[in-house]
Structures are given as C-alpha cells and as structure tokens.
Design a protein around this ligand. Structure first.
Ligand SMILES: [Zn+2]
Length: 459
C-alpha cells in the first residue's frame, strides 16, 4: 500500500539544515511516497494538496534526529539502580544483559523505541546489545523507527561477560547477521559489523570484519579505546596510539564509526580525517561518568578537522536518558565551560551533529539529516506552545538551550506519522510500564543483584 501524501503547512520555522542552512519562516513541506517533494514558503506551496495536512503554525520543524550509540535492551528494566558511588556498573550491566530472555528483551526494546521516537530520534545504532533481534523485529516493525543492528563479537578474553567465538566463526556470524538483516523493513533496518572493542578482538578478527563490510557496502562500529590509560597501553603493546593501531591493521575508513573517542591525540584526529573514519560521541555519558571532558574531550578539534561526529546517548544506565536534544545541549555547553570559551561547539554545530553531520557519520547522509527535496521524509515537529519555547526569536538557540525532547509534538519517519500530537499508537504504555517494572524486579532477583533503592532511607 502506498504511503498517503502529507503536507506540513504554515510552519512557524523550518530548520532545514540544508546546504545553505536555510531556516524558513512560515514554511511548508510536501511529502509524497515517503520522500520530501517540495520545501518552501507556505505561500509558494499554497496550491499543493495532500491526503493529510498538518497545521504547523505553532511548530518548529527539524530533520529527524540520529543517535549514533544507543544500547537498548537490558538497561531499561533496571534504569537508575546504580548509586553515584557504585563505580563503573559495567560488570553488573553485562551480567544482566546475559541473563535476559527473549520476551524480556522484546518488552524493554519496545520501551526504548517509544522513548526514542517520542523525543525525536528516527534512526539509532544499537552497538550490539540486542541478543534476540528476531524477537524484537515485531517492535521495530510496529514502531516504524530506523534501527542499525549488529551482533556483538569478540575473540579474546574480556573483563565482562561478552559473547566470545573463535576468530573465523565470529567473522562468519557477523557476515550471516548482515546478510539476514540488512535492508529489511523497506530499508529501515541496517546491519553492521559490531566487534566490541580492539582490546577484546584480535587484529585478524577486525580485519575479517572490515572485509565483510567492505564487500557488503555497510559499516563497522566499535568502542574506541581512548584516554590516558589506553594511550599508555597501546604505546607499550603496539608502540602507537589506539587510532593509529587501527589504521596500521587496515581497519579505518569511511565505513568505520568509532564510539566515544575521548582522549584522542592530534595525530589520531589527523588519522581519522585522512581515512574518513567517523565518530559517535556520548557527551552526557562522559559528563556523568566523570570521564574528564575538560582534559580529554576533543569534539571541537574533531569537528574542525572535518571528522563527521554523531551524538549518542549510550545507555539507560550511563547517560540514563535517550533524548538527543539533551545530548545536543550537553555537547554545546560542556566544552564552553571546560575551556572557558563560549564560542566552542555553537548551537548550530550541536544540531548538525544530531542531524546532518550525524547522518553522514552513520552512512545515511544521502537519505537523512536534512529537509531537502528527494530526501526521506523523516521530520520532527516541536510544539512551541510551551513555556520553555518562549520568547521565540532564535529557534535554533531555543531548541538547543531551552527545550528538550519533551516538546516533540509529532514525528514522521519515511513519510508516516509515528508520533501524532504526543501519542504513539503501537503500544499500550500503561501495560508496558508495569511489565517493564516486573521484568526489572525479576532480573535483579535472578542475577542476585541488589542495590539500595536510595542512599536516603525509603520508609
Ligand atoms: Zn557502548
């Protein structure tokens, strides 16, 4: 069945993030066959009819957001359990992930998708967390979101419970995963190779996976070893930096997206720029995890070098939220403070990372990331009839500095309205929230994990 045509009419502002970065006042967008057919002033599109017309007089329209590093699955059902003084939760997190059943993962995934869509994310990378994609397929189908999936593989000892296979088998599994999943749901599912990290994977495995994605025209992402400890380790073991190590073994390129990338040196940034490698940074995880953005964050330098940077929210127990607007806010403010320079990572750059530049980083820039004729109709409509949007002179500053994902009113993916006036219609939220709480309690009991409900007495 063909997607009905849609017209966004009389928008207060359309922030196109197009080549000229036009912001159209009193704008309109005509969508046909899931793609943007026309963009312009409402007056110029006055004669165009559509099956449905959305009155956007009080809306600011942006491209749909992309999230470049978003573990969904286990985290949602136990979100918020780790007190601030518990240290790194990773060991617990991976134990719980290992213990999850298909049915539990389906429900926690559904919750994650609802939260992502309702705050404007239309496409996200799940870096290998999902163990049961077959069980989650129904959730992806119903939600209408774009998902980039992969099987997490390693072939070396790791400090947490990670799936480990002999090298050749890990390569074979990843290739089979991509062949099975890439392009499904009318292209809304993409599949990448997802080795956990260069520390948990041999050079042979990484090289094998790079060949797999080169041959299939898809991508590879991995957790990028960085920071002073990683630098010291790599110097000792490989006589080079973590990024240059990947380059030396031939595992960098336009189809490689490095996750986190805090603490990279100038030579590493040059190496990324030269090879075309991209980055997904998680600014809220970095801040909440006390990773030292001031000392080690290099987002301004990466952007200046032309390295495509996407933003990520990491996981429900790292940043804790799944809201890319809040991630844009953190990206735009944390470097200003850390280096005492207000000019760093302006609001415009933050929005670019959430849209156009982020889409490039994830290899979906031809279809997503801007409101331009011919691109996929993936759009977010923000409701400006809310206190945080007042007064409205500079819509971009208001978006990045005043608002968050809660003012997302309507979300469109592939020309289909998936969030309509704050509501999604693919899941009953009340029932799901109860179910997720239940799963969380069960999972904690099953894994024998227990944390105080608060550091204050709960009476
Ligand atoms: Zn991760």
């Amino acid at each position: 069945m063909a997607t009905p045509s849609l017209k966004i009419d009389r928008a207060r502002y359309v922030i196109t993030v197009d080549g000229g970065r036009r912001i159209i006042r009193d704008g309109a967008i005509l969508i046909e066959g899931g793609r943007i057919r026309e963009v312009g002033k409402a007056a110029d599109l006055a004669g165009r009819a559509a099956d449905r017309v959305i009155d956007a007089r009080h809306m600011v329209v942006t491209p749909g957001f992309v999230n470049g590093h978003m573990h969904i699955s286990y985290g949602h059902v136990v979100r918020g359990i780790f007190p601030d003084d518990a240290g790194s939760p990773l060991v617990h997190v991976f134990n719980m992930q290992t213990a999850m059943t298909e049915d539990e993962e389906y429900h926690s995934t559904l919750l994650g998708l609802i939260e992502l869509l309702k705050s404007g994310t239309v496409c996200f990378v799940d870096p290998g967390s999902t163990k049961y994609p077959d069980a989650c397929l129904q959730a992806y189908t119903d939600a209408g979101i774009r998902v980039i999936l992969g099987e997490c593989v390693t072939d070396r000892e790791a400090p947490f419970t990670l799936p480990r296979h002999p090298t050749a088998e890990a390569v074979k599994r990843s290739a089979a995963f991509i062949d099975k999943w890439h392009g499904r749901l009318d292209g809304r599912i993409r599949a990448w190779a997802m080795p956990f990290s260069p520390e948990t994977c041999s050079a042979e495995l990484l090289q094998g996976l790079k060949r797999v994605v080169d041959e299939r025209g898809t991508m590879l992402t991995l957790h990028h070893g960085s920071g002073p400890q990683a630098l010291a380790d790599y110097r000792k073991r490989h006589d080079t930096t973590p990024t240059e190590y990947l380059d030396t073994i031939g595992v960098l390129g336009r189809n490689v997206c490095l996750a986190h990338s805090l603490g990279v040196e100038a030579a590493e940034i040059a190496c990324m720029a030269r090879t075309g490698a991209t980055v997904a940074m998680c600014p809220v995880t970095a801040a909440k995890g006390a990773r030292g953005v001031g000392a080690y964050g290099r987002m301004p330098e990466l952007l200046a070098a032309g390295v495509p940077v996407a933003l990520g929210c990491d996981s429900p127990n790292n940043s804790n939220h799944l809201d890319i607007v809040r991630a844009m806010n953190m990206a735009a403010i944390q470097y200003k403070d850390a280096r005492q320079d207000m000019r760093l990572v302006p609001a415009e750059a933050a929005l670019e990372m959430g849209t156009r530049t982020g889409a490039t980083a994830l290899g979906v820039g031809d279809d997503l990331g801007s409101i331009e004729v011919g691109k996929k109709a993936d759009l977010v409509l923000f409701d400006t009839q809310r206190p945080e949007w007042q007064a409205l002179f500079n819509p971009l500053n208001n978006l990045v500095y005043n608002a968050d994902g809660r003012s997302v009113h309507t979300v469109i993916v592939d020309g289909r309205v998936v969030v309509d006036a704050y509501r999604q219609s693919f899941a009953d939220e009340g029932t799901l929230f109860e179910k997720v709480q239940e799963i969380g309690e069960r999972l904690l009991a099953r894994t024998g994990m227990s944390f105080p409900r608060s550091r204050w007495p709960v009476v």
